[in-house]
Design a protein around this ligand. Structure first.
Ligand code: PGA
Length: 250
């Protein structure tokens, strides 16, 4: 099977009000380069309606940064997959390391969120990746694959083709210290192998992103690796010029 088109997923984290998002999106829309990548903005939930309107004439997709494992009901503060779809989202990030670390999200919860997203028709971007201590002792493959298998434990083979996985080593997030292209490929290939075991022929269609200090200067080399199908970008996603440069590089 040929390589799937890359996904450039922008993780804004807790930045930009709806008004700021509108200004940003309007500027992006007027500078969108030719790109082989699909562009998607993972925005704060309150920004999504404004973004959907501002980007209505473009192919830029939208996503949430998290999604509830529940469909509806007494879950104060949660946002369901159906709600995200209703405001125009196609994606939702699940299991970002900041949610795992600061919001006590286990891989069991991540698995339930991935299933809830897929059941509703939303594409989950399931994040996995090791911390510095694991990397320093050389345990990154085993750690990341364990986390992957647990985080996908509720995703059946019927839904697997729609999945996106993001390999984000925690030590590379927001540090300016990206993994090398070879390191990113090593883990992406290991993840592909694990997906083969879980989902057989559907594994080749799963997009595997790399995330962690991606910027205009390193995105092309990382995304050219055989098993890397795009990037999940935090810091460098806030600035239109850098997003335009990254999209143009893919
Ligand atoms: P970064 O963040 O690009 O700022 O390292 C990536 C992420 O957290 O998804």
């Amino acid at each position: 099977m040929s390589k799937p088109a890359p996904l450039l997923a922008l993780n804004w984290k807790m930045n930009k009000t709806p008004a700021e998002a509108t200004t940003w999106a309007t500027e992006l829309a007027s500078h969108l380069p030719r790109t082989g990548a699909e562009l998607a903005i993972m925005a704060p939930a309150v920004d999504l309606s404004a973004l959907a309107w501002a980007l209505r004439d473009t192919a830029v997709a939208l996503g949430g940064q998290d999604v509830s494992q529940h469909e509806s009901g007494a879950h104060t503060g949660e946002i369901s997959a159906g709600m995200l779809l209703n405001v125009g989202a196609r994606y939702a990030v699940v299991g970002h390391s900041e949610r795992r670390e600061y919001h006590a999200e286990t891989s069991g919860v991540v698995a339930a969120k991935a299933r809830a997203a897929l059941t509703a028709g939303l594409v989950p971007i399931v994040c996995v990746g090791e911390g510095l201590e694991v990397r320093e002792r050389g345990g990154q493959i085993e750690y990341t694959l364990d986390q992957l298998r647990e985080s996908l434990s509720q995703v059946s083979i019927d839904n697997a083709g729609a999945l996106v996985i993001a390999y984000e080593p925690v030590w590379a997030i927001g540090t300016g210290l990206a993994a090398t292209a070879a390191d990113a490929e090593e883990l992406a290939a290991a993840i592909r192998g694990a997906l083969d075991g879980l989902y057989r022929e559907y594994a080749s269609g799963v997009r595997i992103l790399y995330g962690g200090s991606v910027k205009p200067g390193n995105i092309a080399e990382i995304c050219a690796q055989p098993n890397v199908n795009g990037a999940l970008v935090g810091g460098a996603s806030l600035d239109v010029a850098s997003v335009v440069a990254m999209a143009a590089a893919l």
